[in-house]
Design a protein around this ligand. Sequence first.
Ligand SMILES: *[C@@H]1O[C@H](CO)[C@@H](O)[C@H](O)[C@H]1NC(C)=O
Ligand SMILES: *[C@@H]1O[C@H](CO)[C@@H](O)[C@H](O)[C@H]1NC(C)=O
Ligand SMILES: *[C@@H]1O[C@H](CO)[C@@H](O)[C@H](O)[C@H]1NC(C)=O
Ligand SMILES: *[C@@H]1O[C@H](CO)[C@@H](O)[C@H](O)[C@H]1NC(C)=O
Ligand SMILES: *[C@@H]1O[C@H](CO)[C@@H](O)[C@H](O)[C@H]1NC(C)=O
Ligand SMILES: *[C@@H]1O[C@H](CO)[C@@H](O)[C@H](O)[C@H]1NC(C)=O
Length: 504
Amino acid sequence: SFILLAFPFGQHRVGRSQRRGGGGGAEKKKRYHRIQHGQCSYTFILPELDGCQAAGSTEQYGSARSRTSVVQRDSPTMDGDWPTQKLQHLENTMENNTQWLQKLESFVQKTLRRDVANIPSHVVHNQTAAMLEIGTNLLTHTAEQTRKLNVVEAKVLNHTSRIEIQLLENSLSTNKLEKELLLQTSEIGRLRDKNSRLENKVQKLESQQRGELEDMRQEKNRLQSVVRTQMSAIESLERQLRVASSNNTALQRQQALLMESVHTLINMVSATGTQPQAHARSDICQMWRDCADVYKAGHSVSGLYHIYIGNRTEPLQVYCDMETDGGGWTVFQRRFNGSVDFQRSWSEYRMGFGDVLGEHWLGNEALHHLTSQGQYSLRVELRDWEGNSAHSQYDRFTLGSERQQYRLYLRGYSGTAGRQSSLASHGTRFSTRDQDNDNCDHCKCALMLTGGWWFDACGFSNLNGIYYAIGHNIRKLNGIKWHHFRGPSYSLHSTAMMARPYDF
Ligand SMILES: *[C@@H]1O[C@H](CO)[C@@H](O)[C@H](O)[C@H]1NC(C)=O
Ligand SMILES: *[C@@H]1O[C@H](CO)[C@@H](O)[C@H](O)[C@H]1NC(C)=O
Ligand SMILES: *[C@@H]1O[C@H](CO)[C@@H](O)[C@H](O)[C@H]1NC(C)=O
Ligand SMILES: *[C@@H]1O[C@H](CO)[C@@H](O)[C@H](O)[C@H]1NC(C)=O
Ligand SMILES: *[C@@H]1O[C@H](CO)[C@@H](O)[C@H](O)[C@H]1NC(C)=O
Ligand SMILES: *[C@@H]1O[C@H](CO)[C@@H](O)[C@H](O)[C@H]1NC(C)=O
């Protein structure tokens, strides 16, 4: 709805710019349109349409542009084309409308000027009202178009700002990425520095180690040369020792030879002169087979002698007992103070061990060869901790070879150490902790009773058991035992085992 006011007014010209200013200006709430007709001027007051803030919008747009001009440089141009064209079109339409309005206006004015004189005023009024209605319609149309324009403008702005925001975000993230890149570059640089420093260090260490290695090599060479000189020294010493020992044995033989010569001379002097010839052969030969030979050669002092058992060329050191029961005994076992350990292996019992002048075992191999030379007797000397002595003697004594596990054959027992023999006489084999040849089916006597012995199952004797000192020697099953002398659990003080030809 609109109000139509008509009143006389001064001379006015209606300008195009005025109307347009009215459409865009925000200072008025209503639009005024005036039309001059003769002395009358018509003013139309039209309601303002909502959302037609063209000037405000334009201002907004401008300020937005200046605000975001920083990122505008990167903005693509394609999105502005469509709205711009549309705007252009709308403007053109408006221009056309305005032109049309002007034309109408001038036409109306002309017509009015020509006809107003002869037409009655109500007709003029009627016509004028109709024309005003048309004009009003046109204005309404224009205002609608302007509103649409504004909406489009706002849309464009929205779109543009969104793009700008996106661009801003993009540039921000680009900046961030650039910073990160810079950081990483500097980090890489730092790592490279560190690496080169480490490399330097490693090189230094390597050179140091090389130096140390060189030093060590020199030291090693020096030590090797020292070892070489010492080896040669040892070799020369050994050579000297060999020479000396051969000198020694040669001297001993010479001495023995001299002794025999002296004996022979004495015999020759004391006797008729024809008898000693039979005896002389063995004396001159100097190869005593046992202590009986030594005794017969005139040595009646117990001690160390060299004998040649079997047909061996190497001499064997033995202890000869020249006192017991007439002397001439070759001792093969002696114990009296526990200084030698008798817990030994098979091979040690085979080769013998200990000190021939002290406690020792002569060796099963030597014993086998000794008792294979002829008929031998065995004597066992015993002494307990209370000072009592006893002995056991066997007329016949033979020891088998190692293949026969050093079997023991005995015959003709006699003696004071029990009325019965404490040694089994029927071919008992020798056992050590590492060779179980005893007659016990489910036990190892050498492990239980210790030492090496002719264990039966396990039998009444073991002179190679553990040596127990006085006070500890009672109730010991693995001690030095001779059952028929002091019972099954008494460990003796001293023992000796010795062999002599049966016909001595
Ligand atoms: C404006 O009017 C002219 C004729 O007066 C016409 O040819 C043209 O197409 C019109 N433009 C628009 C956008 O209406
Ligand atoms: C003009 O006004 C008269 C009354 O004064 C009326 O009778 C007539 O119908 C009107 N004409 C038009 C075109 O409105
Ligand atoms: C753009 O328009 C959308 C709806 O079409 C609206 O949610 C958003 O808030 C507008 N953005 C701006 C900046 O006006
Ligand atoms: C004993 O040694 C000396 C050197 O010390 C040597 O001349 C001599 O020939 C050696 N005698 C024997 C029998 O080996
Ligand atoms: C030693 O004598 C035995 C016979 O008693 C003989 O079989 C053996 O070959 C001899 N050994 C040597 C090295 O002469
Ligand atoms: C045992 O006797 C030997 C030989 O007489 C001697 O060398 C050794 O020192 C003695 N040992 C002990 C523990 O009495």
